[in-house]
Design a protein around this ligand. Structure first.
Ligand SMILES: [Zn+2]
Length: 183
């Protein structure tokens, strides 16, 4: 049977257990991290990382096409420990339901918390020597800064809209989803 949903892996760490998620749970994970990240990012590295997270909107990238390996989060050798701390701070904020009132649906909390905990462990367990060798030039890593945010959700916009607007039910009022992708 082909895999369904998305995987977050840490293939350079022996014995790491991949996080496997349905497409629905994947959307919840990226939405809550995007909300926390858009509020908390300060440095260029942090903003690029959060922009990369919002671009994992499955409405933009395709259902089941947004799995990643934690090494692809763009960690640098110089900033590794601060960068890891930032990612873990987003996971913690999401686990405290930071901004969840901006979601247009109540997420299934148990699975969301399990996924956040699992992602946090994969990132926490990543050692600096896992950064070598460098990724291929065509790897999808954070490399762009955001230039706008959704006026309703406070989340960085990608070129096809807002990840939170796109996650809203199709019958949500248009004034609550001003940056829904037109598809
Ligand atoms: Zn929005």
């Amino acid at each position: 049977m082909p895999p369904v949903g998305n995987l977050v892996t840490s293939d350079r760490v022996a014995g790491s257990v991949p996080l496997q998620m349905s497409n629905g749970l994947t959307s919840v994970l990226f939405e809550v991290l995007s909300i926390a990240g858009s509020d908390l990012a300060v440095s260029p590295w942090e903003k690029k990382l959060v922009y990369w997270l919002v671009c994992h909107d499955q409405e933009r990238a395709g259902l089941g096409c947004v799995g990643f390996d934690v090494i692809e989060m763009g960690f640098s050798r110089e900033g590794f420990y601060d960068e890891k701390r930032f990612v873990l701070s987003l996971v913690d904020a999401a686990r405290r339901r930071h901004g969840w009132e901006r979601l247009s649906y109540p997420p299934r909390e148990e699975s969301a918390f399990d996924a956040l905990r699992h992602l946090g462990k994969l990132v926490d367990d990543l050692p600096i020597f896992a950064l070598d060798p460098p990724l291929d030039a065509d790897a999808w890593i954070p490399n762009e800064l955001p230039d706008a945010t959704c006026e309703v959700h406070g989340v960085y916009l990608h070129e096809a809209g807002c990840i939170v607007c796109n996650g809203a039910p199709i019958d949500a009022p248009p004034e609550h989803t001003p940056n829904r992708s037109l598809r």
